[in-house]
Design a protein. Structure first.
Length: 196
C-alpha cells in the first residue's frame, strides 16, 4: 500500500512497532514514518489488502495450540483484539484455533465496545465468564494490553516473545507480575494458582 502511494517500503520490524491501536492508527503511523501523506482511501485500501492476505504469513506462535488445548477445559478463554472481528475469526479458523473460543467470547475492534486500551471489552468478557475483572488475566504483548488490564483492574501476563513487546520495553514498563518467554510458560502461571 505504501509503495502504491509512492512511499518506500518499511521493514517488518518497523511496522511491528506501530501495531496496537487498530488499523486506522497503523495506517497513519506507517504513512507518517514513510514521510508521505496518506491517500483519502488509505484505510479502505489497507483493509482490502489485509483481508486478502490474512493467512499468507500468519502462524500461531509455536506452543500456542497446545497451551489452548490444555487450558480451554479448565477456564473460560476469550479473545480481545483491536483487529476487526471478522478477520480475527477467519484467522482463528484458518489456524484451527477457533474451537477454543465461543463465538461471543471474541471481541474485535469493530464491535460494540471501544478499542483497547478502553477496559469495557475486557470487563464484558470477565462478566460473561462470571468472574470479576480482578480475577481475570489478560495475556498480551503490548503497551496497549498493559494499559487495558490496568484500566480494568485486571492482572496482566506479558509475552516477551510477542512482536508488540517492544512497545512495553520502549515505555520502560516491562515489569509486571507475570512475564513469559514462551507460550507454555502460561501453564506455569496458571499452575501457581494465579487464576481461579
Amino acid at each position: 500500500m505504501l509503495e502504491d502511494a509512492g512511499a518506500p517500503r518499511l521493514s517488518e520490524e518497523a511496522i511491528g512497532g506501530m501495531v496496537g491501536d487498530g488499523a486506522a492508527a497503523l495506517v497513519a503511523r506507517a504513512f507518517a514514518a514513510a514521510g508521505v501523506p496518506p491517500p483519502v482511501d488509505a484505510l479502505d485500501r489497507f483493509l482490502a489488502v489485509y483481508d486478502e492476505r490474512l493467512l499468507v504469513h500468519t502462524r500461531a506462535y509455536p506452543g500456542i495450540p497446545e497451551v489452548l488445548a490444555a487450558l480451554h477445559h479448565r477456564l473460560p478463554l476469550a479473545v480481545l483484539t483491536n483487529k476487526p472481528r471478522g478477520a480475527t475469526r477467519e484467522i482463528l479458523e484458518g489456524l484451527d484455533l477457533a474451537r477454543y473460543f465461543e463465538q461471543d467470547a471474541i471481541i474485535g475492534g469493530d464491535g460494540p465496545f471501544p478499542r483497547k486500551p478502553d477496559p469495557a471489552g475486557l470487563r464484558h468478557l470477565a462478566d460473561r465468564a462470571g468472574v470479576s475483572p480482578a480475577d481475570t488475566l489478560l495475556v498480551g504483548d503490548s503497551l496497549v494490553d498493559l494499559k487495558t488490564a490496568g484500566a480494568a483492574a485486571s492482572s496482566i501476563c506479558l509475552a516477551r516473545y510477542g512482536f508488540g513487546f517492544e512497545t512495553v520495553r520502549a515505555a520502560g514498563a516491562a515489569s509486571t507480575e507475570w512475564t513469559i518467554d514462551a507460550p507454555e510458560d502460561l501453564l506455569e502461571v496458571y499452575g501457581k494458582n494465579t487464576l481461579r
